[in-house]
Design a protein around this ligand. Sequence first.
Ligand code: ATP
Length: 455
Amino acid sequence: MNSKPEALTMETLVSLAKRRGFIFQSSEIYGGLAGFWDYGPYGTELVRNIRESWWRAFVYAQPNVVGLDTTIIQNPKLWQASGHVDTFVDPMVDCKNCNHRFRADHVAGFETKDLSKYDEKLAATKCPNCGKVGEFTPARHFNMMFKTYVGPIDDEDHLAYLRPETAGGIFAQFLNVLESSRQKIPFGIAQIGKAFRNEITPGDFIFRVRELEQMELEYFVKPDKAREEYARWKQYCMDWVLGLGLDKDKLRFYDHEKDERAHYAAESVDIQYEFPMGFKELYGIANRTDYDLTQQGKGSGKDLSYFDEATKTRFVPYVIEPSVGVGRLALALMHSAYTEEKVGEETRVVLRFNPEIAPVKVAVLPLSKNEQLVPLAREVFTMLAGKYRTEFDETQSIGRRYRRQDEIGTPLCVTVDFDSLEDKAVTVRHRDTMKQERVKIAKLPEAIENLLASF
Ligand code: ATP
């Protein structure tokens, strides 16, 4: 009866996201800015829920993971040591005919570190914009880090970068965390925060943006345990995104060939999701070996090795890194949740979010704007609002209010009607089945809890 439309397009999601207040173009009244998006009221709730779910799964559920919150701007030496200043680059080409700029790997359809391989392929490739063949400039590297100046002098000595990933701050604080939290290897440090990448071609809505938010775990292990831990985290990430509600048949692992992974990574894999434009990276998981701590040790002159009391040996830990973008995951979740179904003559659009991430858990709806119903409905709202994100809505017909809640993915609607004044009960409507049941107001919190758990 209900289904995902055959071809759920990005336009459909963009339009729903704007109409219902999930996502707006940043500074839209000025025409926006390419690669920057704002979250509206429901989008803000959605991404908060995603972050909280990640934090529960990757920090609270772990016996040995602690959180960290480092600054966006760090001493620029950190990014020299990490290699970002020299190698955080994407291959770029221009079409000489239409002057459009592209990522060479996107046009070529493969990734390689050898720029000449792009040139070979692109010599016989059509420009995706104007269609002319063989008009591309040679591929060259473009550094994606945003630059800024710290302090009142804007010269090279005061140059700094907006972090291109959150991980750098974690490696730089490795010793402080180790000493203050008394962790032993294996242990992890988790961080959620903004990162900035001056992407050559931002696009596909919030899939590729220039200001993004990442949820990253750096899990430090003994070198000989790295392969095993890598395999464990790879599966853990997949299980977590499945649990959040992504369609199973739209997910797959994509193991990187040697030529595709960073030079220091021993193994890396993407969890790919089938977005409207095809299978693309959602989640990256890598065994980054001892590269990061070794480099930061060299760059800072500090010893970032670890002394293992049990074996009386000293080593530089290997690190396993699962990294995912909050926005990219929000887009995949909206895509998986979107369904349409025919109800009579109408099409009912429902975002079947897992209640854990649904922006609003319960909507309280007085049947009409009646002077007796509204105060009772307010009381019901107050009973629930401290625990769940609850919305109170008294405008329009009840049918239209249900449709609105369906479109933002609210699992439960509670309707206060004239009988409620007599029987002290309300009607609870289930988003997916549209089934309604009568519940005593006194028992409502318990019933809501059970119903939310039943999805
Ligand atoms: P790509 O090859 O698509 O540019 P990447 O391999 O550079 O991505 P990582 O450095 O592995 O990406 O970043 C980890 C995660 O951060 C990605 O899996 C993705 O979820 C998110 N991410 C990275 N870049 C962006 C971006 N520009 N916009 C939105 N999310 C991003």
